[in-house]
Design a protein around this ligand. Structure first.
Ligand SMILES: Nc1ncnc2c1ncn2[C@@H]1O[C@H](COP(=O)(O)OP(=O)(O)OP(=O)(O)O)[C@@H](O)[C@H]1O
Length: 251
């Protein structure tokens, strides 16, 4: 069963396409990495897969059901999102913020019950941040914030998570901890779609790669076919030799 299937998808804003002919599929335990230069449309692709912005063409289905037939809550039970930035208007404690991940599982007008609280606690423990449960989300460091956002997505208990540049602005230690946790989540059977500016992270994590260049051209394939100095050099407008040196320095 495909957790996410997109066929001939076109994405963009206000009717203006950024990228077309995107076909992808994600199964349990697979990681798909999305690479491309600034502004190419990675976030736009993720938000279209989530149903937050309308597709300009093609189709998306989640767990075999066309997006258009799924309510917002049904979509959230199939797909969780870790956005680039945390938008938390209130200084909620981390525990309450993570509990928001349960919203799609609550009945109309029902508050969270013991099972929801247990799911939130388990997500905090899994991300190694149980000690932050009482900390206001406005007082978190960048690395802590990223772990809290992923914990909220885990509490949502969706079989797939989309993560938008989860390693951006993390120091070396936090980046390594984050990558290790993402690897562990995939081993547990979650499907992950990760947009990243680090080809080295794709080398480490990806089962499949999707690239979108500055002109909206999309390529998709196994890591061995796309994470090459030639393809990535063209993607980032760098000579292949420069790209090869950069790749050799990553891991
Ligand atoms: N709400 C919006 N309305 C109109 N245009 C938008 C909107 N959001 C993004 N864009 C434009 O769409 C293009 C792609 O943006 P997007 O954020 O998807 O790129 P990205 O590949 O994720 O970039 P980055 O790597 O810098 O995060 C950009 O030109 C951006 O200005």
């Amino acid at each position: 069963m495909e957790l996410i299937a997109a066929r001939g998808l076109a994405v963009g804003h206000r009717g203006r396409p950024l990228a077309r002919d995107i076909s992808l599929s994600l199964r349990a335990g697979e990681t798909l990495c999305l690479l491309g230069p600034n502004g190419a449309g990675k976030t736009t692709i993720l938000r279209t897969l989530l149903g937050l912005i309308p597709a300009l063409g093609g189709s998306v289905s989640l767990g075999g059901t066309p997006m258009g037939e799924l309510s917002r809550a049904a979509r959230a039970r199939r797909l969780a999102y870790v956005p680039q930035a945390m938008t938390a208007p209130f200084a909620d404690p981390v525990r309450a913020f993570v509990l928001q991940g349960r919203t799609a599982h609550l009945g109309l007008f029902a508050g969270p019950g013991p099972a929801d609280r247990a799911a939130a606690e388990a997500a905090l423990a899994q991300m190694g941040i149980a000690h932050l449960a009482e900390t206001p989300v406005t007082r978190l460091s960048g690395g802590q914030r990223q772990m809290v956002l992923i914990a909220r997505a885990l509490a949502q208990a969706a079989p797939a998570i989309l993560l938008d540049e989860p390693a951006a602005s993390l120091d070396f230690g936090n980046r390594e901890r984050l990558l290790a946790r993402l690897e562990a989540l995939a081993r547990q059977g979650l499907g992950l779609v990760i947009s990243t500016h680090e080809p080295g992270h794709a080398v480490r994590l990806a089962d499949r790669v999707l690239t979108v260049d500055a002109s909206g051209r999309v390529a998709s394939g196994p890591p061995g076919a796309l994470l090459t100095a030639e393809h990535l050099g063209a993607l980032y407008d760098l000579p292949p030799e420069t790209m090869a040196r950069a790749l050799a320095g990553q891991g």
